[in-house]
Design a protein around this ligand. Structure first.
Ligand code: FES
Length: 114
């Protein structure tokens, strides 16, 4: 395995859980992985009930670093419209596909509503 290559395709992301504890996660940028899947792979409490279809909001998270991840897509916007505890910086993790510009990103898991 080419380690240099591996590092090139890896970013560091911090996820703050609902207890306020930060977790530093290494994330691949070349696997088409999204933030919901990343959290699940580290066994953080993100259910991803709908499997990443923007239909459940169980992957709702807040972007707390000042990364520009682009705007919400229509499905994401529609789901967040119905979700609880939505803020300006709310995103659905499953709609955030991990890319090189995610390096240093910090997110916080939203409360589970309902
Ligand atoms: S996993 Fe269901 S909305 Fe993201």
């Amino acid at each position: 395995m080419d380690l240099n290559n591996m590092e090139e395709n890896t970013v560091l992301i911090t996820v703050v859980d609902r207890e306020g504890v930060g977790h530093a996660l290494e994330a691949p940028t070349d696997m088409g992985m999204n933030m919901m899947e990343l959290c699940k792979s580290y066994e953080l409490p993100v259910e991803g009930t709908c499997g990443g279809m923007a239909m459940c909001a169980s992957c709702h998270m807040y972007i707390i670093s000042d990364h520009d991840l682009g705007i919400r897509n229509d499905d994401e916007e529609a789901m967040l419209d119905q979700a609880f505890f939505v803020k300006e910086n709310s995103r659905l993790g499953c709609q955030l596909h991990i890319a090189p510009n995610f390096n240093g990103l910090k997110v916080q898991l939203a409360e589970v509503g309902g």
